[in-house]
Design a protein around this ligand. Structure first.
Ligand SMILES: NC(=O)c1ccc[n+]([C@@H]2O[C@H](COP(=O)([O-])OP(=O)(O)OC[C@H]3O[C@@H](n4cnc5c(N)ncnc54)[C@H](OP(=O)(O)O)[C@@H]3O)[C@@H](O)[C@H]2O)c1
Length: 257
């Protein structure tokens, strides 16, 4: 097998939640692997600066404003991407939020915020993308960023854990429904990566102490997610479908302590 199978040349990849953390790093990684990248989030100023960074390393990128909970913005973003670059055939559903509270303190707004973004957002963006790939008769790859908290649980994260568990089941079910259209659907379950979603915790004494209890005794680096995502997005992953790949330094093997 040639390493050409990992090339993303000619692919048009949408990355949601690209204005920070994992999404920004992954978008840059996909661009370096040859994809034309559409970067999406609500904070457009950050997206524009990422587009400049990608262009400065010779890549092609386009910023689109998207709220994954709002279908009007999703349709508009896909339309803009299609006009400027073509039909998107790689979708990285990465946008996500957390709201850490004990189960009994989660009100309807908090539940709606977490489920609506983490689960509803994946649903909305994937469905629009799949419809367009099918219409264009274009094969594709959809990659949902779940979490090891979709596989196991930790205190104070009931809504988040439930939303990521739902993303994992959605991934498996979508894979079966979309296989007939040559669209593969897989999930990545990241372990812990220091980003805006958790930096306060990992900078605290409790967070630092927790890192020492991880099998790898360290957090992941965002760059360490790029290789697995490229595999799933490219021809290298052509028979990988409906899977959930933990990228977590073995936390899912030992459990969260
Ligand atoms: N960091 C970790 O350790 C870790 C572990 C497991 C899983 N994950 C998952 O990885 C993904 C990325 O998280 P991160 O760590 O990179 O966190 P982050 O730095 O907080 O980034 C979250 C991204 O989601 C976007 N977003 C949030 N709500 C959105 C909405 N309604 N519409 C569009 N975009 C929205 C944000 O952009 P705007 O605010 O500009 O819209 C931002 O770009 C999430 O799904 C998270 O659950 C992270």
């Amino acid at each position: 097998m040639s390493t050409d199978q990992f090339s993303l040349k000619g692919k048009i990849a949408l990355v949601t939640g690209a204005s920070s953390g994992i999404g920004a790093g992954v978008a840059m990684g996909l661009a370096k692997a040859g994809a034309n990248v559409v970067v999406a989030a609500r904070r457009v100023d950050r997206l524009e600066s990422l587009v400049s960074d990608i262009k400065s390393v010779g890549g092609t990128a386009l910023a689109v404003q998207i709220d994954v909970r709002d279908k009007v913005t999703i349709t508009a973003a896909y339309d803009k991407a299609e006009t400027e670059l073509g039909v998107i055939d790689v979708v990285i559903n990465n946008a996500g939020v957390a709201d850490s509270r004990n189960f009994v303190k989660i009100d309807e707004d908090s539940l709606d915020f977490v489920m609506g973004t983490n689960f509803g957002g994946v649903w909305n963006v994937a469905q629009e993308g799949a419809k367009r790939m099918i219409k264009a008769k274009k094969p594709g790859s959809i990659i949902n960023i779940a979490s090891i908290l979709g596989l196991t649980v930790t205190p104070g994260q009931t809504a988040y854990c439930a939303s990521k568990g739902a993303v994992i089941q959605l991934t498996r079910a979508m894979a079966l429904d979309l296989m007939r259209y040559n669209i593969r659907v897989n999930a990545i379950a990241p372990g812990w990566f220091r980003t805006e979603i958790n930096q306060e915790y990992f900078d605290s004494p409790a967070g630092k102490e927790y890192v020492q209890r991880m099998p790898a005794r360290r957090l992941g680096q965002v760059e360490e997610l790029i290789g697995p995502i490229i595999m799933l997005a490219s021809e290298a992953g052509s028979f990988v479908n409906g899977t959930v790949l933990p990228v977590d330094g073995a936390i899912s093997v030992t459990g969260i302590h």
